[in-house]
Ligand binder design. Structure first.
Ligand code: ATP
Ligand code: MG
Length: 575
């Protein structure tokens, strides 16, 4: 491709509303343009990268025997009523009526459509397992569309669905999909982590998310590399302490803490570290209020709290007036001593001695508090969010001081679920088993945010000058920058010649023949991030050499023009 025939509308200024680097660079390099909030057009340069990601995904899906199909973007409400999600899905589902006043939605995902199709098509276990996928634009009316195509309202997803005659068959396909996802992200040149995840509202049990590791990621992942542990922080466990609790040292005392309602305020006022205080949260239980007690510097993990049978689901805190009526003081002064409701204490809080807590009287706290001595031995549970430095919960890591968690940021680019029979049951998708009896088909679903992968790759690959693409998804693999293309016939001839040679050798090559100063040309090719750059100038032509530089490296090399095809074949990774 000649740059003079291509359209690369680069911008010099940083777009004001772009908060993260990938969004800024996608706008500046002319990959995308905003049409409305969370809705973008893909320009030629962006489209090339998007297509390359799409092709890698397609190849890996085909490789595991998933069959490509295409389902409609507009979906009838009846199917969503059958599954129950017309009501459950909430405001992200964009609903509308056609001119016959019939309800429709723009598909945010396709479980309903595929389940309705399969229940008509598949009659016998002999036709199973079956796995199908599509590349389809989804619409989700995201509450906060942001970060460009990272969290947009319209986005390209590869979604695959599998149907089975048994759970073991589902598990086998799940394993193959998991491996296919690993290959996809590896081939895209991304550093990623497969993370055990909460399967959220879609239901089912086993699920993994694939995260590209980047500081701008919206998700937090607890990782212990030594023991190969990676889970969404929401799901990371903490363990009961194995050491004995320190013996009480201080006497129990009631102290005035006027106007101090927060852990921060109370600890500063009393001159103690927040980790020596505890906070008591009162939530609704299945049989009246329940107190959940945590160390002052820790945060409650709502999912874990909901996991207690005594706690009502969804988790709900007592409102202020109810709190006052049941507990008798402000929420800022509550504590477990003398509290007349069931109390659950987080493992770490249960390990404290001589701590500070609310006195159940407005403006008063207790110091020198000790479990058992001032209270009974607490009922303990894992209630808190993990923090950096917590022990790795894997059994093998027990008592290894190096088995510690670090918390990393991740961008979720893919998700695999074992859905089980959630949709098969609600939508009555059965097939006949060996004995001619109808059975529910267990189902799996597997998504990749194709447009998000493009943004995630930029979050991982960039510097102050622009994008640094991995070879496999770069819009062009090689860029030729001639110095003086429009002034020197010799340069033009040499550049055209090399351009032809590289094209015939099968490279995706861009000849940067725009009529601009060299400084401008270099700045532009750095911005668009082509991974391999060849500069052709008068001086080199005389010697029969060109200058070669990789986008990610500082130094350039002088190479004989003759050997360039061999050199590029050797360095460009094609998986
Ligand atoms: P998130 O937690 O980021 O909202 P999700 O759990 O809603 O994601 P899924 O329903 O599992 O996502 O969709 C499959 C994939 O589609 C996700 O892994 C993600 O890569 C991508 N995706 C989801 N929502 C968006 C969005 N608003 N913009 C771009 N990609 C998205
Ligand atoms: Mg979502």
């Amino acid at each position: 491709m000649r740059a003079s025939h291509f359209y690369i509308p680069t911008l010099k200024e940083t777009p004001a509303d772009a908060e993260i680097v990938s969004h800024r660079l996608m706008l500046r390099s002319g990959m995308i343009r905003k049409v409305a909030a969370g809705i973008y057009s893909w320009l030629p340069l962006g489209w090339r990268t998007l297509s390359k990601v799409e092709n890698i995904v397609r190849e890996e899906m085909n490789r595991v025997g998933s069959l490509e199909i295409l389902m409609p973007g507009v979906q009838p409400a009846e199917l969503w009523r059958e599954s129950g999600r017309w009501r459950e899905y909430g405001i992200e589902l964009l609903r509308f009526k056609d001119r016959h006043e019939r309800d429709f939605c723009l598909g945010p995902t396709h479980e309903e459509v595929i389940t309705a199709m399969i229940r008509h098509e598949i009659k016998s276990y002999r036709q199973l397992p079956v796995s199908m996928y599509q590349m389809q634009w989804k619409f989700r009316d995201e509450v906060r569309p942001r970060f460009g195509v990272m969290r947009s309202r319209e986005f390209l997803m590869k979604d695959a669905y599998s149907f089975h005659a048994s759970q073991s068959s589902l598990e086998e396909t799940y394993g193959q999909m998991y491996a296919a996802y690993e290959r996809v992200f590896k081939r895209c040149g991304l550093a990623f982590s497969a993370v055990a995840a909460d399967s959220g509202t879609i239901g089912g049990s086993t699920s993994h998310e694939f995260h590209v590791l980047a500081d701008s990621g919206e998700d937090a992942i607890a990782v212990c590399e030594k023991y190969n542990y990676a889970v969404n922080v929401e799901l990371a466990k903490t363990l009961p302490c194995t050491e004995p609790r320190p013996a009480p040292n201080a006497d129990l005392e009631e102290v005035d803490t006027p106007g101090r309602h927060t852990i921060e305020g109370v600890s500063r006022f009393l001159g103690v570290d927040p980790s020596q205080t505890i906070k008591t949260l009162v939530v609704k239980g299945t049989d009246g209020p329940i107190a959940l007690v945590l160390r002052g510097d820790h945060d409650l993990n709502g999912l874990k709290a909901e996991g207690l049978t005594e706690v009502a689901e969804p988790l709900e805190f007592l409102d202020e007036s109810e709190f006052k009526r049941v507990i008798g003081c402000d929420p800022g002064s509550v504590g477990p001593v003398g509290l007349d409701i069931p109390v659950f204490v987080d493992y770490s809080a249960a390990q404290l001695s001589d701590f500070v807590c609310g006195a159940n009287k407005d403006g008063k706290h207790l110091t020198g508090v000790n479990w058992e001595r001032d209270f009974f031995e607490p009922r303990t549970a894992d209630l808190r969010q993990v923090v950096e430095g917590d022990p790795c919960p894997r059994e093998e890591a027990a008592s290894d001081p190096e088995g510690r968690l670090v918390v990393k940021r991740g961008i979720e680019v893919g998700h695999v679920f074992q859905l089980g029979t959630k949709y098969s049951e609600s939508m009555n998708a059965t097939c006949l088993d060996e004995n001619g009896k109808p059975v529910m088909m267990p189902m799996g679903c597997y998504g990749i945010g194709v447009t998000r992968v493009v943004a995630a790759a930029i979050e991982q690959g960039h510097d102050e000058n622009g994008i640094i693409w991995p070879d496999a998804i770069a819009p062009f693999e090689v860029v030729i920058v001639p110095i003086g293309y429009h002034q020197s016939e010799q340069v033009a001839e040499c550049a055209d010649n090399l351009y032809q040679r590289l094209m015939y050798a099968g490279f995706d090559v861009l000849l940067y023949d725009r009529e601009e100063r060299p400084g401008v040309l270099f700045a532009e090719v750095d911005l668009i991030g082509v991974p391999h750059r060849i500069v052709i100038g008068q001086r080199g032509i005389k010697k029969g050499t060109v200058e070669y530089k990789q986008r990610a490296e500082q130094d350039e090399q002088e190479l004989p023009a003759e050997n360039l095809v061999d050199k590029l074949t050797a360095v460009i990774s094609r998986s």
